[in-house]
Design a protein around this ligand. Structure first.
Ligand SMILES: [Cu+2]
Length: 357
């Protein structure tokens, strides 16, 4: 009955994408410091999502000044001329991440991209603040002042980078990108904001683009260097869904995972179709006295809608950060097994796809 999917994929040790040997290949700096605040669950609410999609689809802010009613955006003041909310995102909250290039007055301003495909080049950008000047002060989240995620729009080539900022607020890193359109996410908290935010935009890299089909759902991912990560749990739209990822190496459970970004794992989920960004984190922290260093790392994830997502788990072991990737289909209804496994297959708990609770 075991039909292990050959399509389970994982990227090799971080940085080996495209075979280059730039700084992504270096092990991430490992630290056990706790970040100042965590965001255990990012909710993507439907209302904010619709508006954010309108923004993205419109290619700019113009739509905000349009005639569409924005039920939660009206100030509570007395009657007066209706003022279009042209300079900020609608009320309803930053529930949607990564779908907008500008939000709450902050804009992701890309200054340079690698000139040639599959060749190391500079990716440079700034975060421009509400006053029009680049932001230079950030509150670290998960041990870093800014997290940069780059993934091609077909959800291949995932990279989690930590660029360096110059005194003028320009962030730079050398990276190599395959041909095609890539989504760049900047995940950060400007000083003075209590919550992190994620801005996203596309960058284009010329060349012959051969899209990679989304791998079919699987509960197992393997890395090139002998790690296997097994996913259990179910993604239920609108629910904080427990998801457990278990790491083994050459068949033996790994019980000495290293802290990475103030956790034993760092999980990014991107919705297939629009690359809506969910930044999910474990339910425990290294050193809290109750969270083991593997093999299991537990997360809470709340997805906004049914359908496929691509999950990218970063974990650190033996001083190297690796990424394991999964396709997971979120299905409405409690207890639906993860990865779209039919619920009618068996009445016994042998399948390795336990119920959600
Ligand atoms: Cu990061």
């Amino acid at each position: 009955m075991s039909t292990a999917s050959p399509a389970a994929t994982a990227t090799p040790p971080s940085g080996a994408v495209d075979g280059d040997t730039d700084d992504r290949a270096q092990p991430e700096r490992l630290s056990s410091r706790r970040s100042r605040f965590d965001r255990p669950v990012i909710r993507l609410a439907g209302f904010g999502l619709a508006l954010a999609l309108a923004l993205v689809g419109g290619g700019g802010l113009g739509l905000l000044a349009g005639p569409g009613p924005t039920p939660q955006a009206e100030p509570p003041g007395p009657a007066g001329p209706a003022v279009p909310a042209a300079t900020s995102t609608p009320a309803g909250g930053p529930d949607v991440s990564g779908l907008a290039v500008s939000e709450d007055g902050y804009t992701l301003d890309v200054r340079a991209t690698p000139a040639r495909a599959d060749t190391p080049g500079e990716l440079a950008f700034r975060i421009v603040g509400p006053g029009g000047a680049p932001v230079t002060a950030f509150t670290p989240t998960h041990d870093e002042p800014l997290h940069l995620i780059v993934v091609r729009r077909d959800q291949s080539g995932f990279q989690h980078l930590h660029p360096a900022m110059g005194p003028d607020g320009t962030w730079r890193i050398t990276t190599s990108l395959a041909p095609g359109d890539h989504r760049v996410f900047a995940d950060f908290a400007p000083d003075g904001r209590t919550e992190a935010m994620t801005l996203g935009r596309d960058i284009a890299v010329g060349g012959l683009y051969s899209p990679t089909p989304l791998p079919p759902p699987s509960t197992t991912a393997t890395t090139a260097d002998g790690y296997t990560v097994t996913l259990t749990g179910a993604l239920v739209p609108g629910t904080a869904s427990p998801v457990t990822l278990s790491v083994s190496r050459n068949g033996a459970p790994v019980t000495d995972l290293q802290p990475y970004l103030a956790a034993y794992g760092h999980l990014v989920a991107l919705r297939t179709g629009d690359l809506a960004y969910l930044h999910v984190h474990p339910t425990g922290s290294p050193g809290d006295g109750r969270t083991p260093a593997g093999p299991a790392v537990e997360f809470l994830a709340e997805v906004p809608s049914a359908g496929p997502y691509r999950l990218y788990l970063d974990f650190a072991h033996d001083g190297v950060v690796r990424t394991a990737e999964f396709t997971v289909v979120a299905t409405a209804g409690a207890g639906t097994p993860v990865a779209g496994v039919p619920t009618t297959s068996s009445g016994h708990g042998e399948s390795g796809a336990p119920h959600g609770h």
